[in-house]
Design a protein around this ligand. Sequence first.
Ligand code: HEC
Ligand code: HEC
Length: 280
Amino acid sequence: MFPITFLLLSALAALPGRASDLAPDPQDFAQNCANCHTIGGGRLTGPDLKDVSGRRDKEWLLKFVVDPKKMLDGGDPVAAELYKAHNNVLMPTIAGMNAARVEQLLALIDAESRLEKSRFSGLELINRPLLPGDVLDGKALFLGRKPLKNGGPSCVSCHSVGGMSGLGGGLLGPDLTGVFARLGGEKTLAAWLISPASPIMKPVYAARQLDPRDILPLVAFLKDAAQQGRPADSIARLAFLILGLLGAAALYVVLDSLWGARLRGVRRSMVNKRSEAHDV
Ligand code: HEC
Ligand code: HEC
């Protein structure tokens, strides 16, 4: 009697689990996709997914979402085109993604696409305009003069940017002067920073995700850097160049005084020889 009840009970306990396995899971989308995709709210780091089932083959979607890199590396033309259209930012492979989970996510995206306004139509991050004070604040955060709220390393350890002194930034990451435009402006840059699509930055900030209160000033600073061009940097470079030229000139003077006499001696004797030859 007992084993049967037990079996029945465990079968019952398993049922709701099964059912919810099949139902669309908004949590999964919220946690793993919404940082990069809206449904009906326009592009972030990735494209707006509204009605994506209408514009792509189901088979293709299953394969792509499970492993975007494999699709791109395999030479899939659609993946290549998307990649190009997104400034060569590749969608990361989401941990534990499989076909069944993609089916659920697609069901959710389809359902949300039919709504007047999906709950995923926007990222609630840029919820106030950037303020003038943000630029200085962002600069302090970037340079590490002010610690990041969640304790991650400061940006300057890997990046340089125009507007800071030209010789200071780290070299592991690219110069960020033009990144504001490259990634498409405030909203998309902010979204990018929440979940960096970079194999190097992602693990560094995974446990210390950038706080939105830090992201806004950083975005303001990078926007300002893009608008300023790179005055500090180009002056620094010019100074570098002039110093380099002066150095070369000084080196020439030194070498000339060390070797010049000898060289001139050799040349004089050659000239003499030549003129002797002419004389004949
Ligand atoms: C870090 C950012 C990021 C995350 C997180 C992310 N994506 Fe993407 N996604 C992209 C980018 C960028 C593209 C454009 C293709 C490319 O360049 O890789 C893309 C493309 C797609 C496409 C193809 C869209 C089309 O128009 O054909 C689908 C579908 C998609 N993502 C679904 C998802 C789902 C579902 C999740 C969550 C499980 C997710 N993505 C998580 C960045 C992301
Ligand atoms: C441990 C080194 C490291 C740190 C610290 C770091 N980054 Fe990065 N970042 C990189 C690398 C490397 C790349 C280039 C993408 C890649 O190859 O992974 C990058 C790329 C970027 C990009 C995208 C550039 C592009 O053109 O696509 C942005 C934006 C960015 N970083 C902003 C920041 C900000 C803001 C901070 C500070 C909060 C920061 N990074 C801290 C290493 C770092």
